[in-house]
Design a protein around this ligand. Structure first.
Ligand SMILES: [Zn+2]
Length: 223
């Protein structure tokens, strides 16, 4: 069951409950998509876009966040954005970093048009997202933070309900993840839009602090 909701003006959440990641779509000119999810989520994104060209930002290379891209790029023109670390894994089709064979796909590559880093800015209409490098779940994981609107799109670094990204895939690092979650816990966040699970629109900061407490105490990991 996939749910689509306009959580803030022109900012849509496509929330998945299966293997696929969530996706976030900002209907700016051009529209900005954060993660495509798998094809069932991509189908919902395509309905929102209605044929418009779009900027696609990947929070990291994992296939559950990027696997729908091939379908999307057949339907609309896409300009792709990722960190250098995870973006180069997508360009090379690095199975150890994308994990596409786990989903039964032999080869998978995505060309990246723009590599972003700490402090890079992604404009999306009235939203202005700053890239935060948050390694741990993968070496090149990024979050997008809009300070004015207090929105954090957190990929698989932190989730609602006390969850954080797993670190047992190639390139994962518990100590780096812990440092990244600590940093996110210091931000002023109202709307938390994670890569999996439910979203939080009122008090995202408390969800991040809960996740930090969990990971400091028991090293919890999901996704
Ligand atoms: Zn992931």
């Amino acid at each position: 069951m996939i749910r689509v909701a306009e959580v803030l003006p022109k900012l849509y959440a496509v929330v998945s409950y299966g293997l696929s990641s969530n996706s976030y779509v900002i209907m700016s000119e051009p529209p900005v998509i954060v993660d495509t999810g798998l094809s069932e989520v991509t189908n919902r994104i395509t309905e929102l876009l209605a044929g418009k060209e779009a900027v696609v930002v990947f929070t990291h290379a994992h296939f559950d966040h990027t696997g729908g891209f091939k379908l999307l790029s057949k339907r609309i023109e896409c300009y792709t954005v990722a960190s250098r670390e995870d973006g180069e894994a997508l360009v090379k089709g690095d199975e150890s970093r994308i994990l596409h064979r786990f989903f039964g796909i032999r080869e998978y590559r995505i060309n990246i048009d723009r590599f972003v880093k700490e402090g890079s800015v992604i404009e999306a209409g009235s939203y202005r997202f700053t890239v935060l490098e948050t390694p741990g779940h993968t070496p090149g994981s990024i979050c997008l933070y809009d300070r004015e609107h207090r929105i954090l799109i957190s990929g698989d670094t932190v989730f609602t309900g006390g969850g954080v990204g797993r670190v047992d895939f190639p390139g994962g690092s518990f100590s780096r993840l812990l440092a990244s979650v600590r940093r996110l816990a210091s931000l002023d966040v109202r709307v938390l839009l994670p890569g999996h699970g439910s979203i939080e629109t009122r008090d995202g900061g408390s969800e991040i602090k809960l996740a930090l407490m969990m990971v400091e105490r028991i090293g919890a990991s999901f996704f």
